[in-house]
Design a protein around this ligand. Structure first.
Ligand code: NAD
Length: 272
């Protein structure tokens, strides 16, 4: 396993298992993407709602890296679903990124009464090859079941909050069973998992940081992970996870840390 290890999605296309998240990257986004690309990252996770697609696009262009070497994800925002402006929102994201296509387009949140119709428009975008894969984010079992029953294309990805204190194994198992890759958002619990004493013990055994242990654990579980940092040293640190291996027992220990404790909203009750 290394920084450009890929997983095959259910449509035959590949996704890098490791990448950079840019939520709340703010004005630092461009530099953080450039630092990540320099460190060997090739996968960037953004969203229309992060308001930094332009900065991501600028960094991509400035890096000089060939487009086909990169994997770029963006996401459809809730209000665009409510306004029935899926195609327009997608085109605007492409324009802001300065790209002809994205590698993955996701529904950001399962807006009740809207996500089926929105996804049907995304199926058309996928057929036009302007996005190489489509998927969802924040879909619990009942929402994913509903989507699968009412649409044609099985999502390639479901992106969920997943970290040591928040492990929804019901959705992980359903995704595995349906051939949908799980992506972990807030893999470090937005920082909340980094002071855990048991994780510190594992980290010191491997001469690694807690962040590195968590990232490595998710990778060994076959989950896609894109920790966020805007600091070059942490960007490098977070990618320095390919020279050690956690034991089965250590992964079991981390599996048992689940508290079903979210740092973000519950997909059943969010209201934005
Ligand atoms: P994260 O779990 O990756 O944690 C990031 C925070 O942890 C940083 O802001 C920093 O404070 C700290 N950190 C990072 N590396 C560190 C290190 N090596 N040492 C010490 N501290 C470190 O947080 P996140 O940004 O919430 O999640 C990652 C990405 O997931 C986002 O950037 C975004 O791309 C995606 N995301 C998606 C959704 C969604 O609804 N689909 C929601 C939240 C996040």
């Amino acid at each position: 396993m290394n920084i450009t290890t890929k997983l095959e999605m259910n449509n035959g296309k590949e996704i890098y298992q490791f990448g950079l998240g840019v939520w709340r990257g703010g004005e630092e986004t461009k530099n953080s993407v450039l630092a990540a690309l320099k460190a060997g990252y090739r996968h960037i996770d953004t969203a229309a709602a992060y308001k930094n697609e332009e900065a991501v696009g600028e960094a991509i262009r400035e890096s000089g890296i060939a487009r086909e070497e990169l994997f770029i994800t963006t996401k459809l925002w809730n209000q665009d679903m409510r306004d029935h402006k899926v195609k327009e929102a997608f085109e605007l994201s492409l324009k802001k990124l300065g790209l002809d296509y994205v590698d993955l387009y996701l529904i950001h949140w399962p807006v009740k009464g809207e996500y089926i119709n929105s996804y049907k428009v995304m199926e058309k975008l996928y057929e036009s090859s302007k996005t190489k894969a489509i998927g969802v984010s924040n879909f619990k079992v009942h929402q994913l079941k509903d989507l699968l029953e009412n649409t044609d294309i099985v999502p390639a990805i479901n992106q969920m909050e997943f970290n040591p204190q928040m492990q929804d194994n019901e959705i992980l198992n359903m995704c595995t069973e349906k051939g949908i890759i799980l992506e972990a958002w807030s893999p470090l619990g937005s920082g909340a998992c980094l002071e855990d004493e048991a994780l510190k013990v594992i980290a010191s055994k491997h001469n690694k940081s807690v962040a590195q242990v968590i990232i490595r654990c998710l990778l060994q579980k076959g989950i896609v992970v894109f920790p966020k940092s805007v600091h070059e040293n942490r960007i490098k640190e977070n990618s320095n996870v390919f020279d050690f291996e956690l034991t089965f027992e250590e992964i079991e220990l981390i599996n048992n840390m689940n508290k079903n404790l979210r740092t973000g909203p519950d997909p059943d009750t969010f209201n934005f």
